[in-house]
Design a binder for this molecule. Structure first.
Ligand SMILES: Nc1ncnc2c1ncn2[C@@H]1O[C@H](COP(=O)(O)OP(=O)(O)OP(=O)(O)O)[C@@H](O)[C@H]1O
Ligand SMILES: [Mg+2]
Length: 228
């Protein structure tokens, strides 16, 4: 089990307190490619943010890779995030002045890895996402699908235990979406990358192994494996 959450709750305090998660239990195996689906407002992003340690739940337990992550200090959590988790969001969030290669090696450079090493690793991972011909392009010189693939390369360059993606294809046309989803599938199959992806596209079901459906902050259906 790479992720196990128990009775997870998240209440957004404020003028009108909102119970976004009302007690969710989920177990995800190492190497799974799971989709989290459900209507707008059902709590998908909230769930992903709790699993990815980007937000603190109000109640419950989260065990990731054997670590009780809510028991960590915020410094330890930051370290855990940087070394073990990768993220892809709807907006690619690439810095406009960095080339594809620079965007991908930046996280490695910050860790003090040697230049020859980080350039090689970034080049290899960009080749893996099919961008070996675009290493020196700036974001504005890339299509939306290519920018998202740079963001994916950046997210996996550290070999994260888990890759989290929140509506990674929401800004893409159907052809680019297909490329991105097939890429996730390839990373999952060939590298055994564990992937947890939020999507509201019923179409995307065909790429994943299991669908977890949320409804009103609760698990609606925790689907069985679709494929092995
Ligand atoms: N920062 C916040 N403060 C207050 N309420 C919030 C906040 N963020 C989300 N909510 C509420 O929590 C609920 C779940 O929101 P969440 O963003 O997780 O939904 P979602 O399933 O990702 O929806 P979408 O498909 O539209 O992205 C919604 O009712 C939303 O209004
Ligand atoms: Mg959302």
């Amino acid at each position: 089990m790479i992720i196990k959450i128990k009775n997870l709750k998240r209440v957004y305090e404020g003028r009108v307190p909102t119970q976004a998660l009302k007690g969710v239990d989920i177990e995800i195996e190492k190497g799974e490619f799971v989709a989290i689906m459900g209507r707008s407002g059902s709590g998908k992003s909230t769930l992903l943010h709790q699993l990815g340690l980007l937000d603190d739940p109000t109640f419950g337990e989260i065990i990731i890779d054997g670590v009780d992550v809510l028991g960590l200090t915020s410094r330890q959590q930051t370290h855990f995030r940087l070394t073990k988790l990768g993220y892809v969001f709807q907006e690619y969030a690439l810095l406009p002045e960095l080339t594809a290669l620079e965007s991908v090696y930046l996280p490695l450079m910050k860790q003090g890895i040697k230049k020859v090493e980080y350039i090689k690793r970034a080049t290899d991972v960009l080749a893996k996402v099919g961008l070996e011909e675009r290493l020196h392009h700036l974001p504005r010189e890339l299509s939306g699908g290519e920018q998202q693939r740079v963001a994916i390369a950046r997210a996996i360059v550290n070999n994260p235990k888990i890759l989290f993606a929140d509506e990674p294809c929401a800004n893409l046309d159907s052809e680019s979406s297909e490329t991105v989803l097939k890429l996730f599938q390839k990373l999952n199959k060939e590298l055994g990358q564990t992937i947890v992806m939020v999507t509201h596209e019923p179409e995307d079901k065909k790429y994943v192994e299991r669908v977890i459906s949320l409804k009103d902050g609760l698990i609606d259906r925790e689907g069985e494996k679709i494929r092995n």
